[in-house]
Design a binder for this molecule. Structure first.
Ligand code: FES
Length: 139
């Protein structure tokens, strides 16, 4: 696959995408557009609907890199967000579950405090190409 100079990929561990339906290819592509990178402020988070699914994602932008996780806490399966796009602690350093306050590292989704200690959020592979965040298919 030819990738332009403006492309960066998330390098954090991908735990599983089994809970997500595969995105339908669009015009032969195996990636699915989520949103533009500049729709998420640097250091902020955003809730995104998964195409053709009832699932939502938690996206967190750190500079040119986007971390994406299924919006489901490993403790109970409840959504992580406080409200809409609010997934992060007040200082933006961790993802925090709104139900019991578990804290997850942004870079790999590992729980560092809370009832699901050391479990991980389900990472979703993404790619940023020419300023657009794409959901990358497993294929
Ligand atoms: S549901 Fe997330 S910490 Fe309990």
């Amino acid at each position: 696959m030819l990738i332009s100079k403006n492309t960066s990929t998330c390098t954090h561990d991908v735990v599983s995408t089994d809970r997500l339906p595969p995105p339908r290819p669009q015009n032969g592509n195996t990636e699915h557009r989520l949103c533009r990178l500049d729709e998420i402020d640097d250091g902020a988070s955003k809730e995104m609907t998964v195409p053709d699914s009832d699932s939502t994602l938690c996206l967190v932008r750190k500079g040119p890199t986007v971390y994406a996780y299924v919006n489901s806490c490993p403790h109970t399966g409840a959504p992580l967000n406080w409200d809409g796009d609010q997934f992060l602690t007040w200082d933006g350093d961790m993802i925090q579950c709104a139900i019991h306050g578990a804290l997850f590292r942004i870079t790999d989704g590992r729980c560092m405090w809370g009832p699901c200690l050391h479990q991980r959020l389900t990472a979703v592979p993404t790619i940023v190409r020419e300023g657009v965040i794409m959901l990358a298919n497993k294929e």
